[in-house]
Design a protein around this ligand. Structure first.
Ligand code: MG
Length: 461
């Protein structure tokens, strides 16, 4: 059981003791802190906040608690009900709201839930705002509204459709072209709200849809993180159905992965690479992803004569650097597509529509498309440390040892060797260092990771 309070929101398990889990009391406290922060920040008498949730079992309970807390603060609520993270993100500015809350624990299993917090642009709050909210929750410096000033709820039940309309309006999305390609696609949405959004989008683009786990009942049929080891069912079904490819999304629909027509993973890292290749071919420019994402995006960006930059891990950091760099597309290697032409948030509807248009235009099979991209392999490891060790000191020592290489210390230590890279990050919650490596073969990536683990052990001893 756990409750993780961080600057990007509060996430915890359902049930158990207050303060150790995301109990109703913790939910109310944190929702009240967010509402209070919003009041302090804007100084406005009348505020409006959009609230939506994914389909997890605790969703309705957590959403009701959140909404009623906001009403108690005198804040009006627009209730989107079952929704997706990107849907709430686009609804905030479209509804002229002052903020947004999505109730979802993203790719985490069913016992988890969380409050993801948005600003008036429908973008994730930055660290400074997050800290202020944590402080308000800690001090319980919250003042509720009197009876004449309570907020009101209005429901909008078709926001996913409105979101789809926004996606179809994008210049680089061509539903007519996709229709003519007669594509058949299998969709695995782990029985969350992607099961509403993705099939509906695909049908509007003239795609034949085979639904697998598209019932939004929150009973996840497999671990909801879209990784190869969790996706055997859809890989089988794509082959059996002789589909053109498969689409997998996580419970709140901000992570997107594809399965090729042979039932093989397209590779979560390559969702962004393929979408970027298409976008850059039409609108040349710069790209951004985080330091732990594949180098393939850098290569593709260079091919289109753009500049690639890497940010610290975390969506808010990617977005910040995208703005600074005027990026035309960016995101995260974990299947997060951010396309500013639509909005600054990871959006699997946008990603699916761009990929479908690209596929229809190219006339290629998904496996053929994948072969056009530089092949990189990652190895993700961690090293457990004795609690109390000076982790920053260890990272500094690694940095010093490799000072002649291309190094970034924006977030941990990233060393870019000519043929491969390694990214070391400390965890804020556990005594571990995460070690991600990428190379031209799996063996090389694994060996590089082992070499770094040995280096760290040598530094400690
Ligand atoms: Mg997610």
């Amino acid at each position: 059981m756990s409750l993780i309070k961080s600057i990007s929101g509060i996430r915890g398990t359902i049930g158990g003791k207050t303060g150790d889990n995301l109990t109703p009391i913790d939910t109310v406290k944190f929702a009240a802190a967010y509402g209070t922060w919003l009041k302090n920040e804007t100084g406005k008498a009348h505020l409006k906040v959009v609230v939506g949730r994914d389909a997890r079992i605790s969703g309705s309970m957590i959403q009701e608690l959140t909404m009623n807390t906001l009403l108690g603060l005198g804040i009006d609520v627009i209730d989107l009900g079952l929704s997706t993270t990107p849907t709430v993100e686009i609804a905030v500015p479209l509804e002229n709201a002052d903020g947004g809350i999505i109730l979802t624990a993203s790719h985490n299993p069913k016992q988890w839930n969380a409050l993801k917090l948005l600003n008036s642009k429908g973008e994730f709050l930055d660290g400074e705002a997050g800290l202020k909210i944590l402080k308000i929750a800690e001090d319980e410096s919250i003042e509720f509204a009197t009876v004449d000033d309570l907020g009101n709820i209005s429901k909008i039940e078709d926001y996913i459709d409105r979101h789809i309309e926004e996606v179809l309006k994008l210049k680089l999305v061509d539903a007519e072209k996709v229709k003519k390609a007669n594509l058949k696609v299998v969709v695995d949405a782990v029985n969350s709200t992607g099961g509403i959004a993705i099939p509906s989008l695909l049908k509007k683009m003239g795609v034949e849809v085979v639904e697998l786990y598209c019932e939004p009942n929150g009973h996840f049929p497999h671990n909801p993180e879209p990784l190869k080891e969790h996706l055997t069912d859809i890989c089988e079904l794509v082959k059996k159905e002789k589909a053109d490819f498969g689409i997998v999304v996580d419970p709140d629909v901000d992570r997107l992965a594809f399965i090729d027509e042979t039932g093989e993973m397209f590779g979560e890292e390559y969702t962004l690479v393929a979408c970027a290749d298409y976008v850059l071919s039409r609108t040349p420019g710069n790209t951004v992803s985080n330091l732990s994402s594949s180098r393939a995006l850098r290569d593709i960006t260079k091919k289109h004569n753009g500049t690639y930059e890497a940010s610290a891990v975390g969506e808010v950091n990617v977005v910040e650097l995208m703005k600074a760099n005027n990026a035309v597309i960016g995101g995260e290697g974990n299947g997060g597509i951010i396309y500013p032409e639509s909005h600054y948030g990871r959006d699997s509807l946008v990603g699916s529509a761009l990929f479908l248009t690209y596929l229809a235009e190219s006339g290629k099979k998904v496996s053929e498309l994948r072969k056009e991209y530089p092949s990189y392999f990652m190895s993700k490891n961690k090293i457990e440390l004795t609690p109390g060790l000076d982790v920053d000191g260890i990272l500094k020592a690694v940095e010093k040892k490799h000072s002649s290489e291309e190094i970034s210390t924006v977030d941990g230590v990233k060393i870019d060797f000519p043929e491969n890279w390694v990214h070391l990050r400390k965890s804020n919650t556990e005594p571990i260092i995460r070690i991600y490596t990428e190379a031209k073969s799996q063996k090389e990536a694994d060996e590089l990771a082992q070499k770094m683990i040995q280096e760290i052990k040598d530094i400690i001893s």
